[in-house]
Design a protein around this ligand. Structure first.
Ligand code: ADP
Length: 403
């Protein structure tokens, strides 16, 4: 079975075509700057194999339809392609950011599902409209091919009310759906499944803290394979310190800024989402640049790094309290997979709670899923590369089988 996975942004389209028999990636790519006169298309055939069939080109792509047509042409082209025609695509799996309370699982897309995704637009005004365009485009270009929506929020729908409700007037929840939803669910679900497998335990018997540290970051308490709490909130602004997002702050700061600086709500939104986090503290949001600056003695970069590690550690400690027994802490995503310093700072001082890193294994440049906990560590510490596209393809396959 071949499954095409699509992740649409407002001006981008990412795709991976999987042969689920391996599963193997047959082709993958990215179109950026859709809508501009020089959109950029990068395509790889069978990634990892000698660059043959790879291509990068710039051309005008007025909309997502044009981008998707260009992708189909490439996938079926004799030189860059991997299939004869689109009839070899059995299903399309779509990443959809917000499923609100409506979607607890991945689902086959029909008119009602499209309406329900549309109803979630106020909760994710930047992301859901782009995801809807991806769905509409794929429906038009792959008529009769099942489309499956896989939601970033669905994994967290198992959180209990005491974890997802804010202590606000209750009618704000009942009338306006104000609550914690959490995001990165596809990634947390994927690494939690892999961790249980590596531990040799059934997911139902496994308690984990999954730590997704990328540009956007979130930490999740997973009890018996289910999300019971997570650091992102109603929007992806809450929780730990991110590249440019503040994470948790005292909400009263917003009123103080409005009063003292006369900022509008839009300006404050911009500050919290785009000018805060690591960037707010040291001017840089890429962790590699921060490490370079730290090595050159940059005091602000050091402070940003320490704050980042400290906030992660506070969340990990609080989720240990939530879970009681923890089998493993699992690091993933760009920083979690590649940065031993961030992992060390996030676990520092947790020895009394049974968490101990093996410093050599933590520093090792090894890639792939691995255990970096000390031999005697009661709680295992793991690094597991995330693979959200594969998880979307798997979920899509499961939805098709359950039909
Ligand atoms: P996104 O949330 O956009 O998917 P990623 O998961 O790709 O982000 O993570 C991006 C972050 O990972 C950046 O801060 C980047 O600096 C960091 N990163 C990537 N490789 C390394 C590395 N080798 N060492 C430290 N940080 C890294």
């Amino acid at each position: 079975m071949n499954i095409l996975v699509i992740n649409t942004g407002s001006s981008s389209l990412k795709y991976q075509l999987f042969d689920m028999a391996g599963p193997t990636v047959l082709a993958s790519g990215l179109v950026e700057r859709i809508g501009e006169s020089r959109a950029k298309l990068m395509h790889k055939k069978r990634p990892g194999q000698d660059g043959e069939g790879a291509l990068t080109r710039e051309e005008a792509m007025p909309d997502h339809g044009a981008a998707m047509r260009a992708v189909i042409t490439l996938l079926t082209d004799p030189e860059h392609g991997v299939i004869k025609d689109t009839s070899e695509i059995n299903a399309v799996g779509h990443r959809v950011v917000h499923g609100g309370e409506h979607f607890h699982a991945s689902t086959l897309v029909d008119a009602d599902v499209m309406d329900a995704i549309r109803a979630c637009v106020p909760l994710a005004p930047l992301h859901n409209p782009a995801n809807l365009i991806g769905l509409e485009t794929a429906q038009a270009l792959f008529p009769g091919v099942p489309q499956v929506a896989v939601f970033d929020t669905a994994f967290h729908q198992t959180m209990p009310p005491k974890a997802y409700l804010y202590a606000l007037p209750y009618e704000l929840y009942t009338e306006l759906n104000v609550r914690r939803y959490g995001f990165h669910g596809t990634s947390h679900r994927f690494v939690a499944g892999e961790a249980a497998r590596m531990l040799g335990k059934a997911p139902e018997d496994t308690n984990l803290i999954t730590v997704h540290l990328g540009n956007g970051s979130s930490i999740c308490a997973v009890k018996g394979g289910k999300s019971v709490d997570t650091s992102l909130g109603m929007t992806p602004l809450a929780g730990v310190i991110m590249g440019t997002r503040s994470g948790d702050i005292d909400p009263a700061i917003i009123f103080y800024l409005a009063e003292r600086k006369g900022y509008s709500l839009g300006e404050i939104d911009d500050i919290l989402n785009k000018k805060s986090g690591l960037k707010g503290i040291c001017g840089m949001n890429d962790m590699r640049d921060i490490h370079k600056a730290v090595a050159e003695g940059d005091v602000q970069a050091r402070l940003a790094l320490d704050m980042f590690g400290y906030r992660n550690r506070k969340y990990i400690g609080s989720y240990m309290a939530v879970l009681g027994r923890v089998d493993a802490i699992v690091f993933t995503a760009g920083i979690g997979e590649n940065d031993p310093v961030s992992r060390e700072l996030s676990c520092r001082g947790l020895t009394a709670l049974g968490v101990e890193l093996d410093h050599e294994r933590n520093q090792s440049p090894e890639r792939g899923a691995r255990d970096i906990g000390a031999a005697g560590s009661q709680v295992r510490v793991m690094v597991i590369p995330t693979n959200e596209e594969l998880e979307i393809a798997r979920q899509t396959g499961e939805v098709l089988r359950a039909r």
